[in-house]
Design a protein around this ligand. Structure first.
Ligand code: HEC
Length: 182
């Protein structure tokens, strides 16, 4: 039988077509899948066992906050990894506003003096937590009128990103531009 006739036969008899051995999807197993069945509710009064909660409610309140995490090599390195994952798409992997979309959405250069000298560490943390005008939030999306963003970065992770922005990003970016020139 020619291929065309097989396909035509299958289309005329969909019940038979679905019974072909390869139409059994491996995904359909007796296991319980995400969001399937009754979701377990948390007992009353439970609190996270790790991490510290976000206690401020707007970016304005963060300006004078002190960074509780020392800019150690480990912290800067953690921040560098997180920055590439969460911020690089818009701001460029080393913050220099050189990603393909940076110019299109107006993501600013984070290596220049406006950010490095004028913005406090608290404000940087606050910007990641609550987002900015265009920029989405990464800590408390519900604080934005449009709830845009996620709560993907916990309190400590946001400080690690701040440590990277203030203590690793400028030299990373200089090394990257230097390498591009050579
Ligand atoms: C979807 C694109 C996008 C992503 C992702 C993004 N930003 Fe932004 N960011 C922007 C834009 C656009 C601006 C400038 C306009 C504004 O303030 O919203 C900005 C502004 C900023 C500012 C300046 C705030 C100020 O007061 O002027 C900082 C600091 C910043 N971003 C840091 C980050 C960090 C850190 C991340 C990752 C956790 C990140 N951004 C992720 C788009 C983005």
């Amino acid at each position: 039988m020619k291929l065309k006739s097989i396909v035509a036969a299958g289309m005329m008899m969909p019940a038979v077509a679905l019974a072909w051995p390869w139409s059994t999807d491996m995904m359909n197993q007796p296991s319980i899948k995400p969001q399937e069945g009754q979701m377990a509710t948390y007992p009353a009064g439970v609190i996270p066992v790790t991490g510290i909660p976000t206690t401020v409610s707007s970016r304005e309140e963060t300006r004078e906050m002190k960074n509780p995490i020392e800019p150690t090599v480990v912290s800067i390195d953690t921040g560098r990894k997180l920055f590439k994952i969460y911020c690089g798409a818009c701001h460029g992997n080393t913050g220099g506003a050189d990603s393909p979309v940076s110019g299109k959405i107006g993501a600013i250069d984070l290596t220049d003096s406006y950010v490095q000298e004028n913005l406090t560490e608290g404000w940087l943390w606050g910007t990641i937590t609550f987002g900015s005008y265009v920029m989405p939030s990464y800590g408390v999306p519900s604080a934005r009128p449009d709830s845009r963003g996620s709560n993907d970065l916990n309190v400590e992770e946001r400080w690690h990103v701040v440590n990277y922005m203030k203590h690793g990003m400028v030299s990373d970016h200089a090394a990257k531009t230097q390498a591009a020139v050579q």
